[in-house]
Write a protein that binds this ligand. Sequence first.
Ligand SMILES: [Zn+2]
Length: 441
Amino acid sequence: MKMRSYRLELKLNQGQRVLCSKSAGTSRFAYNWKLDKLIGEYEANKALATMYGLNKIPSTFGSAIDWHKDWVLLKQELPWIRETSKCCGQEALRDLQLAFQRFFSKKSGYPKFKKRGQRDSFRISSNVYVLNNYVQIAGIGKIRLKEKNYPILEGKCLLSQATVSRQCDGWYVSFLLPETVEDPVMASIESIEECDILGVDLGIKELAITSEGETFENPKAYKKHLAKLKRYQRMVSRRAKGSKNKQKAITKLSRVHKRVADIRNDTVHKLTTSLVRTKPKVIVIETLKPKNMSKNHKLASAVLDSSFGKIKDTLKYKCAWNGIHLIMAPTFYASSKYCSICGHKHNDLKLSDREWTCSSCGTHLDRDVNAAKNLQYLGLWMVDKHSPSGESSVSSTQSYACGDERLQFLLEQCSSMKQEFKSQNQTLHLECEPQGEHSFA
Ligand SMILES: [Zn+2]
């Protein structure tokens, strides 16, 4: 059994829309109310500590359960809170506690106040049901789903919790449902042949090129919508603050932003699913550092437009689901600079050189396909199928022993990685444990 997450768009009527806005408002209010108090308490304790010369600031922090007692008292003073579900405040306080836990364990920064209109959402943890075409939430009622007849949602099903959130001018519900999934069977390393290994080069011009020569277009959603984004951004900044027209312009702008995000998301899922569907036993991809790459101003927007990080994360869980070994090539493995035939390294290769001829063996190479082949070679080396004398070697008949700088590099730099890969997969064969929860949008 695994939990799979769903996020579906809601089709609200006017009354439900108001209720959702109110619920998100209550949720935000509870969060900000307690955060403000905690900051106040912290400052007071700090002042006390300095007054009495203590070297440690006394903590009166408490937990979400303690905070909730105050919240219940506050409810009596502010009747409008009671118009929404009791979960709104409860869950918001839980979120705040989590935010502080993340802050104390140095996983994220100090909790910030929530702002109206930014990530409006609320969570309901009791009496939520999904049915074929609607979601039933206590206090709001039956809400229709925008898309109908989801086969997975047949029959009435009680959810442990559901989050309702607003993006742009649409409302969405997200929740987890258990699903029976057969454990994927990982192929044993010995059984892997050259044709089972897929090298994938991620790029800017084309989003991805595989060692089989298959290319995936980069829709460059941001670039295509840039003019529109700029126009709407100007519109927003020119309209008077707090006016209705400004609100309209903001909605228009955020619709374009959403469109860009949707296109990117769609592309990533299509690409990764397509890679996994070819049923390789191993996929080798580069470990790109988008943060470093985007330091190059000319490339920055293009790099971000390619959503490399999302591709990597998505591929990770899809590989785990399908029993595919995923190898991340180390960042310093210059996959585009080696000749995929003889392994000679061309250090003077520029980013603009789309095609080039190897000075050592004279082969004419396409930059991206060559890089993908080098990634495939890394995979071959990891499973010990790279040797020229072995039954299955890389398509060339050239000897690797002399002058293969690529092999030299792998032997010197990646031996520990290889060992780790092998030992890791040995345990995988024994337990065959797929990864836990994964989100699926
Ligand atoms: Zn060559």
